[in-house]
Design a protein around this ligand. Structure first.
Ligand SMILES: C[S@@+](CC[C@H](N)C(=O)[O-])C[C@H]1O[C@@H](n2cnc3c(N)ncnc32)[C@H](O)[C@@H]1O
Length: 294
């Protein structure tokens, strides 16, 4: 497998990998409480549906802060093992220092750009929570995952469904873009983006081209928390996701209009349901399963 024992910014790092490490990592770390404590609530619905068996060797692709890798480690038990891979070393440092990691001896983490390839045919199952939508070339990344599986190995990934069913990401973008121009699609970014696998037919074709069989899609709707309160939600949206990208790319114009934008976002988030110490909005994803051929 193309691990690097050192942080990811090797000379050959692709622009997308550089972008994750240099631009997004500090923002994701700053808003970990929302990403892990809020968006991961989506997984409370998904994790019980996953088919991991005691003894499985599992790959967690784009594992981020490592919470799913550790949860899977508990499912596969001491006879099984989990390797979480991510192109961003800052996330893996957090993953390795999680308190639960101490008792999760069967879970390891390694830096890897999945699109550069993974070593062959050693995993019984692979999993990715919102980790496949950013591949510059989705078929290349998906094929690398398929090649890492044993014949008949299982793959499950979760990707966001269409924008209309994900107001948690889109409503703030619409507000921000009523003040600022949409970002130039040619600018450097995180990759194809959170909705790049929303179209079932396109994603099915990409997975088939990568060599997967028995591809199934299941819709999962869940509330996610987008901030502890209105101020937290505004800060989060202006840093991460489509609203954050719009704000960042607008530069000085964005700063000049910040007071109006924040006031409009405050109005948006005041409408949002507040409970359990957070603001909750609708989200919708695909739970996609497939197998490597026997
Ligand atoms: C939206 S985050 C999801 C993180 C985590 N799975 C979770 O659900 O919290 C996407 C993750 O994919 C990683 N990623 C993006 N492109 C990658 C690539 N080519 N190879 C490995 N990881 C990648 C990013 O660094 C990031 O951690």
């Amino acid at each position: 497998m193309t691990y690097q024992s050192k942080p990811a910014l090797a000379a050959e790092a692709t622009p997308i990998v550089e972008f994750w490490n240099e631009t997004l990592a500090p923002k994701f770390v700053a808003f970990r409480h929302i990403l892990e404590g809020g968006l991961s609530r989506h997984s409370e619905k998904v994790m019980p549906m996953l088919d991991f068996r005691p003894g499985d060797r599992v790959l967690d692709v784009g594992c981020g802060f490592g919470d799913t890798a550790i949860a899977i480690g508990q499912k596969v038990g001491p006879e099984g093992s989990v390797l979480g891979v991510d192109c961003c070393d800052a996330f893996l440092q957090i993953a390795r220092s999680r308190p639960e990691k101490g008792s999760a001896r069967n879970v390891r983490f390694a830096v890897a750009d999945v699109e550069q390839g993974l070593s062959g045919a050693t995993y019984d199952a692979a999993f990715a929570r919102f980790g496949t939508m950013f591949f510059a070339n989705p078929v290349t990344g998906l094929r690398a995952i398929r090649n890492a599986l044993v014949p008949g190995g299982r793959f499950t990934h979760i990707v966001w469904r269409q924008r209309e069913d994900n107001p948690w990401l889109v409503a703030a973008r619409d507000v921000v873009q009523s003040f600022l121009p949409a970002p130039d699609p040619a600018l450097q970014s995180c990759g194809p983006g959170p909705f790049s696998m929303a179209d079932q037919d396109v994603t099915r074709a990409q997975m088939a081209a990568a060599g997967f069989t028995d591809i199934t899609f299941q819709r999962v709707d869940a509330k996610v928390s987008v901030g502890r309160d209105v101020a937290d939600a505004i800060r989060f949206q202006l840093a991460i996701g489509p609203a954050g990208e719009t704000f960042r790319e607008a530069g000085a114009l964005a700063e000049a209009r910040r007071p109006e934008i924040e006031a409009a976002l405050a109005e948006l988030f005041r409408e949002v349901s507040a409970r359990e110490g957070g603001l909750w909005m609708d989200s919708s994803s695909w739970l996609i399963t497939a197998r490597a051929p026997d």
